[in-house]
Design a protein around this ligand. Structure first.
Ligand code: C5P
Length: 397
């Protein structure tokens, strides 16, 4: 799967560093060449000898080691790889990356590289949830840094919560996905996401509260399985994932045109909260207060992207998936919607208060297919995305 691919693995100083020995073994097991870099703190947790013994090559440790510079400069080292992986990515390493520090070999390589970077964060739950870490994470994601984990669970320090490093096999799969070696390699998937903005006049628009979180997570999960993802997004609150082709749109009509331009595809996932209506007239000038009477807004229907793509006939993509936000009779309404729209699957999300899907990190989903309904338990949106991506990979074969 990873034959001949070169991974530069930066091992940070956290208790999870011991898991990187297994990660190196798994990556090499797939044919990858792993060049390890050990930070000074990392050396407190794993020894250079054990890392180089497992990797089968020398370990790079110090920026000012002149022998290193003679053999391979840090710029070259950072670029010779196909992918840079940071595991464990400690709070300190993430802060250095977000701040653009370059005061040791690891941080200098991360500044100098022109390759994609995948981090596997690992730290105590309080450190993970600290506003500084969340701020750094947002900066890193904005910079296009890719991420595997962290998982939630029991931690070495005895606390419980998110912060455990992703399992080595999950990191290996993420690496394979990023390098186009996953089960969806060679497949193209179009994902719509976010809200739409429907103009009323040059300064006003009709919008909705969609954050775009579920759509972005689905695009990232499909990318991780190796798919070529065309991500068509309205003005969302969460950033678009790195490693996907992004088309930004405002209106439903622009979204339909962008989806059309992204076709053909093996699958289309319509996760966008498209405005059903738009103002019949998009006033060319800012509408003025009239003589005390508010202006009347007249609406016309927007194109239904999901239904349009689903009912395409010969050029219809083989797998078309939609969402249905329901507050009651989730299964019955979503099943009817699947028939009405003509799509293959519907993911019905429970947006009642107890479901907490709207704006929250969790989602409760029922997958409706021709075979019937499958109730998934409440889980993180990223987990829903991973499960859906795995199901898509299974179905496309
Ligand atoms: O009919 P409803 O808006 O509940 O359908 C939701 C599903 O249809 C979602 O998958 C959404 O992305 C899609 N949709 C669309 N174009 C519209 C309205 C909804 O693609 N104009």
């Amino acid at each position: 799967m990873l034959a001949g691919r070169r991974i530069l693995l930066i091992i940070g100083g956290g208790i999870a560093a011991y898991k990187t020995l297994e990660l190196i073994r798994l990556l090499r097991g797939q044919g990858a060449c792993v060049t390890p870099v050990l930070t000074r703190a990392g050396e407190e947790f794993v020894t250079p000898l054990s890392v180089s013994a497992i990797a089968g090559v020398r370990v790079y440790r110090d920026l000012f080691d002149l022998t290193d510079e003679a053999e391979m400069g840090h710029i070259e080292l950072s670029r010779a790889a196909d992918l840079v992986v940071v595991a464990p990515a400690t709070a300190d390493l993430m802060a250095k990356m977000a701040g653009g520090h370059a005061d040791d070999l690891a941080s200098t390589l991360l500044m100098a590289t022109d390759k994609r970077v995948l981090i596997a964060p690992a730290m105590n739950v309080r450190m993970w949830e600290h506003p500084a870490t969340m701020r750094n994470l947002a900066l890193l994601e904005g910079d296009g840094i890719l991420r595997a984990g962290p998982d939630a669970g029991e931690m070495a320090c005895g606390e419980y919560g998110p912060g455990r490093m992703a399992e080595p096999a999950a990191i290996r799969d993420a690496v394979a996905g990023v390098l186009g070696a996953g089960p969806l390699a060679g497949r193209r998937v179009v994902v719509t996401s976010g809200p739409t903005h429907e103009p009323i006049d040059p300064v006003r628009y009709i919008a909705n509260r969609s954050s775009g979180a579920q759509g972005a997570a689905i695009a990232a999960a499909l990318r991780d399985l190796g798919a070529e993802v065309r991500f068509v997004t309205g003005p969302a609150r969460v950033p678009a994932p790195a490693g996907v082709t992004v088309t930004r749109v405002e209106t439903a009509r622009e979204m339909l045109a962008a989806v059309d331009a992204a076709l053909p595809a093996d699958a289309v996932v319509c996760a966008a909260a498209v405005g059903d209506w738009r103002a019949a007239r998009d006033a060319p000038q800012k509408m003025k207060k009239t003589d005390g009477r508010p202006p009347a807004l007249e609406f016309v229907e927007n194109p239904d992207i999901l239904a349009t793509i689903s009912q395409r006939g010969e050029t219809r993509p083989p797998l078309v998936i939609g969402f249905a936000a329901e507050t009651e009779q989730v299964e019955a309404h979503a099943t009817a919607k699947r028939m009405r729209k003509g799509c293959d699957w519907i993911l019905a999300n429970d947006v009642s208060a107890k479901g907490g899907a709207m704006g929250g990190p969790q989602n409760r989903v029922t997958l409706i297919t021709a075979e019937g309904a499958e109730h998934w338990p409440q889980m993180a949106k990223s987990e829903v995305a991973r499960r859906l991506a795995a199901r898509i990979a299974e179905t496309l074969g």
